[in-house]
Design a protein around this ligand. Structure first.
Ligand SMILES: Cc1cc2nc3c(=O)[nH]c(=O)nc-3n(C[C@H](O)[C@H](O)[C@H](O)COP(=O)(O)OP(=O)(O)OC[C@H]3O[C@@H](n4cnc5c(N)ncnc54)[C@H](O)[C@@H]3O)c2cc1C
Length: 535
């Protein structure tokens, strides 16, 4: 007898249901605790829109069908265009119209902006790059006279316009940043791009080895002018309707961040406008970098949240050995431990963002943004890698969002100052700027007297660093300082069991390298922070 091919081979059981629409605001107790004073209405709107199943699909599309470089038209004329899947544009539209880049410059708060970075990073982190650079460019351009008057209102319009036109003909624009050259990224003083002042203005000649979001309407860039390294704005389109002489050579083939394009470019006598004083380029661009660092400190908290949210959903719906995974003590120990890192990272990032809102906390924002960027990014890879394992084999396949999150995890630690550079910056800020040292000291002192473990750790830290750290000790110093600052933030703002667990496992027993190997006394308190797993 012929075997019948239409008989079912098995019944599908014990596979978690597909995730539907999610509300990334209501379902996230950590966000609602640590960004409680942000613009909740704006965040709820954004969180619900981003949480739609349709946006999860769009994120997959934007990553699977990455940007395409189109160098020439059919007749061989230069185009230098990058074309994106419609899903990419959908994320930019949602973010920019939701106030991601414009909010803080239109009377809103940096805290609300940071919460938007956190939300977008959970769904499609690659598209944060162009929006973050647009947000961060505003303070560098405002107050620069005619240039700022032309660009700033378009950058802060809360409008996405992908049209290929000069700035004056667009309702909203985006900006990129091109600093890194082949011979050095961290050391931008080594830049070789030349700026010459000709009759029609500044002309730039040279290359940039990394230039993300190359379809931005302009780029803040550094070039060597006669008076030294200077910041310039290079528009992609000139007012006469011609393309500026910016050639795209190729797109980087990146580990992750695939929805976003990162290009190698050359300036062939590109017209540029000076920003800030000639020779003062580094100081000028640092105004922008200060703000991109806020986002690169916050995004890892969003990536961790997404990974843990998916892992939580998975364990709540999957059983092994006759018990749901979420009910098994060892799984609870792992998830609780990971959730501590995530809540600590989110709490610290939002505290830093709050300092951006308060001119009286400028010194604290300078030092704390570097500390948060360093520590949060170091934690992200560990948390996301473990969350992947929590989902077993399905965490490793592209049907789940974990691979996308995992590929993204190292990036915010690399750009806007790689780990070592950030740690050395921290030492420099504390040595040169007494206001930074005082602000940090006050923040670490503030929660004293509440948890003996914290007090003991602070005393030991102060004894250790009576002599300022050497360069070789910069990572040890940054790790200890940022971990203490996270603990201080949690003592002030998180539910008591969370702060107690953080102090007990991160300060008192030392940070556990392996998740779950240094179990928290009250895992249920941490699991509650993950929110509902029922959607
Ligand atoms: C996907 C992606 C997109 C990017 N987009 C942009 C962009 O849009 N615009 C842009 O300008 N750049 C961009 N970059 C470049 C990025 O900012 C640089 O790669 C980064 O700043 C590091 O510079 P580098 O690669 O030249 O490394 P290097 O400067 O060579 O540094 C290499 C390593 O040495 C360490 N190091 C440096 N100095 C010291 C020291 N004194 N002591 C100890 N260690 C040190 C660094 O921390 C780093 O780990 C992008 C990078 C990536 C990966």
């Amino acid at each position: 007898m012929e075997p019948r091919s239409d008989l079912p081979t098995h019944e599908v059981t014990n596979q978690p249901p597909a995730r539907g629409d999610r509300d990334l605001w209501s379902n996230d107790p950590v966000l609602r605790t640590h960004a409680a004073d942000a613009d909740a209405a704006a965040l709820r709107r954004q969180a619900q829109a981003l949480g739609r199943a349709q946006m999860a699909e769009a994120a997959r599309d934007a990553n699977r069908h990455g940007p395409e470089l189109v160098l020439f038209d059919a007749g061989g004329r230069r185009l230098d265009e990058v074309r994106f899947h419609p899903a990419y544009h959908a994320f930019l539209h949602l973010g920019l119209t939701g106030g991601y880049a414009s909010g803080p410059w239109q009377g809103g708060r940096h805290l609300t902006h940071a919460a938007m970075v956190y939300l977008h990073s959970q769904v499609e982190p690659g598209t944060c790059c162009p929006m973050t650079m647009t947000y961060a460019a505003v303070p560098a351009l405002r107050g620069t006279g005619g240039l700022g008057d032309t660009w700033a209102p378009k950058l802060t319009a809360g409008h996405y316009d992908a049209a290929l036109k000069p700035v004056t003909q667009k309702a909203g624009v985006t900006l990129g940043m091109a600093m890194t050259e082949k011979q050095g990224g961290s050391d931008v003083r080594a830049n070789t791009t030349r700026a010459e002042k000709l009759a029609d203005g500044w002309r730039l000649t040279g290359h940039k080895w990394f230039c993300s979001a190359p379809m931005s309407d302009g780029f803040l860039t550094l070039a060597q002018a006669p008076g030294g390294l200077t910041c310039f704005l290079v528009p992609r389109w000139l007012e006469n309707g011609q393309r500026n002489a910016i050639h795209i050579l190729r797109l980087k083939d990146k580990l992750g961040n695939r929805a976003n394009a990162s290009a190698e470019i050359e300036y062939h006598g590109a017209l540029a406008e000076q920003v800030g004083e000639e020779g003062d380029g580094i100081r000028t661009i640092l105004t922008m970098v200060h703000h991109t660092r806020l986002d690169t400190a916050t995004a890892p908290a969003g990536l961790m949240r997404a990974a843990l949210d998916h892992a939580h959903h998975w364990t709540a719906h999957r059983s092994a050995f006759q018990r749901r995974l979420i009910d098994q003590p060892l799984m609870q120990a792992v998830l609780a431990d990971l959730a501590l890192d995530w809540e600590g990272a989110a709490a610290l990032a939002f505290r830093v963002a709050r300092a951006f809102d308060d001119p009286g906390q400028a010194a604290f924002s300078r030092i704390s943004v570097a500390l948060a960027k360093f520590l949060n990014n170091k934690l992200a890879g560990r948390v996301i890698g473990e969350a992947m394992e929590v989902m077993g084999g399905m965490g490793y396949v592209e049907d789940s969002p974990l691979p996308l999150l995992y590929r993204e995890a190292p990036l915010n630690g690399i750009w806007e100052g790689s780990g070592n550079v950030i740690c050395l910056d921290i030492l420099r800020s504390l040595a040169r700027d007494p206001a930074c040292a005082d602000a940090l000291d006050a923040a670490l002192e503030a929660p004293s007297g509440q948890l003996p473990g914290y007090d003991a750790a602070l005393t030991s830290y102060r004894n250790t660093w009576k002599t300022p750290p050497t360069e070789a000790q910069a990572r040890a110093f940054a790790t200890q300082t940022a971990t203490l600052l996270t603990a201080a933030t949690l003592i002030d703002a998180a539910p008591a069991p969370v702060a107690e667990a953080f102090v007990a496992t991160r300060l008192t027993n030392g940070p556990g390298l392996i998740a779950g190997a240094n179990p928290t006394a009250n895992p249920a308190a941490m699991l509650a922070r993950l929110g509902p797993a029922t959607d």
